[in-house]
Design a protein around this ligand. Structure first.
Ligand code: R5P
Length: 290
């Protein structure tokens, strides 16, 4: 097996290759003055089973284009089998037409990936599982929540209450609670589809004096997590932690979360971030070995 380590997931690609005992093929980008580039594989992949690792966080358009170029080129150069590993699938929050006339961007992205002729697709905690129904090839949606929960357990935050900041993510809190054993709950969040403003409904939780970990798939501006943490603190929670699979952490997100009272922000290396301390390599390696 050969791991092609995309520019956006270089470090994860290397860790994965090491775990799988696989050969690495690097990707070279030759830049042109107008901003275009030419992508080149620095190794032969003909007749090989190839795994292309490329996340699609910011800058999304550029990382998506590189992903498509790599997948199509791998097939074109005669790879026997191509698996696309996209830890963070961008545009996944646009999985339906919330307002009339909107693009269903997630569906378009799936069409483009599949059009490159890939044989299978692997992602991690996709924002909405139903996006995968748009694929006709085999797909896997891995969950990194157990890895995150085990990390907190090893830090001694055992028995913490696991909270999801909106009802859609309750399965994340439930999965974490299986490891941490402290029970789980959820908050009700609503987002104004025009302004993007969020509202988190006040809810009494039985967390006074307890440690709580807020689990979400994505932390972007930090607004959702910060509001949840403020509510937990106002109800007397002891230590509160923020955990997510995809630490986008744009702008002042980290400051917002720490100012709300978080002890720590823990994420995975699905995206490049100082909070991305948990590597997805073992999880992906295990899935590929299945
Ligand atoms: C949305 O439903 C996601 O699960 C996250 O809750 C959301 O993306 C977080 O966004 P932000 O950090 O900007 O509040």
């Amino acid at each position: 097996m050969i791991v092609i380590s995309g520019v956006a997931s270089k470090s994860l690609g290397y860790k994965l290759a090491e775990k799988m005992n696989a050969k690495i093929v690097d990707v070279n980008l030759k830049m042109f003055p107008d901003g275009e580039y030419c992508l080149r594989f620095e190794g032969d992949i003909s007749g090989e089973e190839v795994v292309v690792v490329q996340t699609t966080g910011p800058p999304q358009d550029k990382n998506v284009m590189q992903l498509l170029f790599m997948l199509d080129t791998a097939k074109d150069l005669g790879a026997k089998k191509v698996t696309a590993i996209v830890p963070y699938l961008s545009f996944a929050r646009q999985d339906k037409r919330f307002l009339s006339g909107e693009a269903i961007s997630a569906k378009t992205l799936v069409k483009l990936i599949e059009a490159c002729g890939v044989d299978s697709f692997i992602t991690v905690n996709i924002h909405a599982k139903k996006i995968l129904e748009n694929f006709t090839i085999p797909t896997m949606n891995l969950s990194a929540i157990t890895l995150l929960a085990k990390h907190f357990k090893s830090m001694g935050v055992d028995g913490a209450f696991s909270l999801s900041p909106d009802k859609g993510a309750i399965s994340l809190a439930a999965e974490a609670s299986n490891i941490l054993g402290g029970g789980c709950g959820w908050l009700k969040k609503e987002r104004d589809r025009y302004t993007g403003e969020i509202h988190v409904e006040e809810k009494r939780l039985n967390i006074k004096g307890r440690d709580v970990i807020v689990f979400d798939d994505i932390i972007s501006t930090g607004g959702t997590t910060a509001r949840a943490i403020k509510m937990l603190k106002s109800q007397g929670a002891h230590k509160v932690y923020a955990a997510c699979v995809h630490p986008l952490l744009v702008g002042e997100a980290k400051t917002k979360i720490f100012e709300a009272g978080a002890e720590e922000i823990v994420g995975t290396d699905s995206l490049s971030s100082s909070a991305g301390v948990i590597s997805l390599a073992p999880l992906i390696a295990e899935a590929l070995a299945r």
